[in-house]
Ligand binder design. Structure first.
Ligand code: AR6
Length: 183
């Protein structure tokens, strides 16, 4: 199975260790840190990240904001506020899609304003941890939205921390639509 098709690549690993142009954080609307990957990003980037986040005035659900990366190996962080799943099932797919779209737009703005030919952005599986979004449904939204909005100047890496996510993403990118229980 191909782990890279066109400008999309599926990797299993730790996004916070990656030396990419941009990594995406699965943040919350306060942008002031939390658990999961958000906690790891703030811990590894150092306290200056929180100082920058404090002046952003939070973030709407389904949107995202960019900061510097401080002590992380990447250049920039996009803090994306995905939806909580339970209690918000109806609007969650729309919000999750908006979230990925906004990240792509911010990455494209950054590419243009820095005169870069191409740019690489790494995503975690937004909303599928603490926020409880079903992994298979979130995977489809992530890949479909990136295919719809990312030009060939944006290289997208989906960095799956968990093997289950890695398998789901790999299958879906290769046109195999298997649910979590079939893997
Ligand atoms: N690299 C890549 N993915 C990771 C890493 C890593 N180092 N660590 C965890 N993941 P979560 P959410 C994956 O819970 O569901 C926080 O408190 C993890 O396996 O971090 O969007 C925020 O402040 C999962 O697939 O984020 C919010 O309040 C994915 O990252 C809330 O959690 C997302 O899991 C956001 O919840």
């Amino acid at each position: 199975m191909n782990s890279k098709i066109n400008n999309i690549e599926i990797i299993q690993g730790d996004l916070t260790e990656m030396n990419l142009d941009i990594i995406v954080n699965a943040a919350n609307h306060t942008l002031l840190g939390g658990g999961g990957i958000d906690g790891v990003i703030h811990y590894k980037a150092g306290p200056e990240l929180l100082e920058e986040c404090k002046i952003l005035n939070g973030c709407e659900i389904g949107s995202a904001k960019m900061t510097d990366a401080y002590k992380l190996p990447c250049k920039k962080i996009i803090h994306a506020c995905g939806p909580m799943y339970y209690g918000h099932k109806e609007e969650a797919p729309i919000k999750l899609k908006e979230c990925y779209k906004k990240c792509i737009e911010l990455a494209e703005d950054y590419r243009k304003s820095n005169n870069l030919k191409t740019i690489t952005i790494g995503f975690p599986c937004i909303s599928t941890g603490i926020y409880g979004y079903p992994k298979d449904e979130a995977c489809k939204i992530a890949i479909d939205t990136v295919k719809e909005y990312a030009s060939d100047k944006i290289n997208v890496k989906f960095v799956c921390y968990e093997e289950l996510d890695y398998k789901l993403y790999l299958n879906y990118l290769n046109g195999i639509d298997k649910g979590v229980f079939e893997l």
